[in-house]
Design a protein around this ligand. Structure first.
Ligand code: FAD
Length: 475
């Protein structure tokens, strides 16, 4: 049978589009098949609540996109992508009405942490200076020969530590400890787990080096810019086309799958060798999330002034409190006061809501596959730091962990990270190999966030997978 395309990509998430662009840039013909009726996977926006309120369906805040070595090579601004940097990237309010803040400037952040200024500066300044080197090191498979071993060691030694241990040994006061814990909680690991600190270091360093920006107009503009660039390069995208079986794909030389390992097992059927298949079946997902988008009549009435100027706010209180609830989530329990992450895009981007009104993007961590509606607990947590919040709600749109999986099979059990990020799965993602994108099926590659470097909108999984395909099949 004759070849219809050089490559077929299943899934138009940031990684599927990144893979397609990498192949199209090398002058290969590419077709992207997307199951959903809209492109973008985890980078989409929609009017989820009321007319005129543009909500980010999944990703909202983009340190990894702004710092992605691959995105940096693309002319995405020409295709409509503009980053907005909130005045303060991240605020972490405490019960006394103050907030610890991550500012763009390391010194400003350090100085605001009082007695912990020196420790913060010593930890973060060298990492922020080395961001470019570090980004290329950790945004690729772990099994590689480092090009910047000194910078990597400076990051890797503290990064391997449990975040409770690192924060308590470095910082004396609660604001610095809580700020660190909130960022580390992006790992979805118990904060006593090794490597949970790595997440605080990567995201904290990115905050200083490239910010925690939001895209003007919503996250959909990231996907649209990638798709428009792909179209310019000759690539095609077909929506409403769910790939259910590898045999049903148009004939091609390479197939790149922006899908989870569990889904790959289903799509490949009996084709996979038993050992590889078992490896994928044993791949573990992270806990899930409960997500709510709000249309608000006014900005949030935060008690801490700094929160009124921050793009992202972490609501979880002290380090010990966050560590406790993250342990509960890992054990399968629903915390009474969950760790809640919010983004208030409309404060910085007037395209997101009608004049004077606002959007709020919020999610909290819940156990894998949790079907419980935790809206009341989440709202109580927001109300704790912004009394009067409930009075501002005009409309809400909520999705539990199972709804999330129904909207995109990659989000198994509501896991938004493409798989647990414990030490084993950071190295073997989804299997132990210097080229984990490659599968035992000739010409078939995995390119989703379940491959290195993992979750987040950065396109690096797709880029590396496409490079592997170019090297092995298409060259
Ligand atoms: C609620 C939420 C909040 C998030 N917040 C942030 C954030 O603020 N910042 C950040 O950087 N990251 C965030 N993320 C994570 C980020 O969105 C993902 O890590 C990223 O989108 C992964 O990209 P991907 O291309 O691997 O997969 P996805 O984005 O999941 O894309 C996969 C695509 O493939 C399609 N697909 C799946 N199966 C098939 C099939 N069989 N056939 C055809 N198409 C298929 C899906 O419909 C989807 O469009 C968030 C995710 C969620 C869900």
């Amino acid at each position: 049978m004759s070849i219809e395309y050089d490559a077929v990509v299943a899934g138009s998430g940031p990684n599927g589009l990144a893979a397609a662009i990498t192949l199209a840039r090398a002058a290969y013909s590419v077709l992207v098949l997307e199951a959903n009726s809209t492109i973008g996977g985890g980078a989409r926006s929609a009017e989820l609540t009321l007319p005129g309120f543009v909500h980010d369906v999944c990703s909202a805040v983009h340190p990894l996109a702004a710092g992605s070595p691959f995105f940096k090579t693309l002319p995405l601004e020409r295709f409509g992508l503009t980053w907005i940097q909130p005045e303060i990237p991240l605020a972490h309010p405490l019960d006394d009405g103050t907030a610890a803040c991550l500012h763009r400037d390391v010194d400003l952040t350090a100085d605001s942490l009082g007695a912990d200024a020196r420790a913060y500066r010593r930890l973060m300044k060298p990492l922020a200076r080395d961001w470019e080197k570090l980004a290329t090191e950790f945004l690729q498979p772990m099994l590689h020969l480092p090009r910047h071993p000194i910078a990597l060691a400076r990051f890797g030694i503290p990064g391997l530590c449990p975040s409770t241990l690192l924060a308590k040994s470095l910082f004396k006061r609660e604001p610095a400890r809580a700020l660190f814990a909130g960022i580390a909680a992006h790992s979805f690991l118990p904060l006593e787990a090794p490597v949970s600190s790595a997440f605080a270091l990567v995201l904290g360093t990115a905050g200083h080096a490239v910010g925690w920006p939001i895209p003007s107009g919503g996250s959909q503009t990231i996907a649209n810019a990638l798709a428009d660039h792909l179209a310019k390069l000759g690539g095609k995208i077909e929506i409403n086309h769910c790939v259910e079986n590898l045999d049903d794909l148009p004939k091609s030389r390479a197939v790149l799958l922006d899908v989870s390992p569990w889904q790959f097992v289903r799509i490949a059927g009996s084709k996979l060798p038993a050992r590889y298949r078992r490896g994928l079946e044993n791949f573990r997902h992270a806990p899930g999330i409960f997500k709510t988008d709000y249309a608000l009549s006014a900005p949030l009435p935060w008690r801490a002034e700094a929160c009124k100027c921050a793009g992202t706010i972490h609501l979880g209180g002290t380090l010990d409190e966050i560590a406790h609830v993250e342990r509960q989530v890992a054990r399968g329990e629903i915390p009474e006061r969950p760790f809640v992450l919010v983004a208030q895009q409309s404060l910085f981007d007037e395209t997101r809501a009608p004049r004077g009104q606002h959007t709020l993007w919020a999610y909290c961590h819940v156990p894998f596959g949790c079907k419980v509606d935790v809206s009341a607990r989440m709202e109580a947590q927001i109300e704790r730091f912004a009394p009067g919040f409930r009075d501002c709600i005009l409309a809400r749109h909520a999705l539990n962990a199972v709804d999330l999986e129904k909207s995109n099979s990659n989000l198994a059990g509501g896991d938004i990270s493409g798989g647990a990020t414990n030490f084993a799965q950071l190295i073997a993602r989804p299997i132990l190999s210097p080229t984990p994108y490659r599968t035992p099926l000739p010409g078939v590659y995995l390119c989703s966030a379940s491959t290195p470097p993992g979750g987040g909108v950065h396109g690096m999984c797709g880029y590396h997978a496409a490079r592997a395909a170019l090297k092995q099949i298409l060259s």
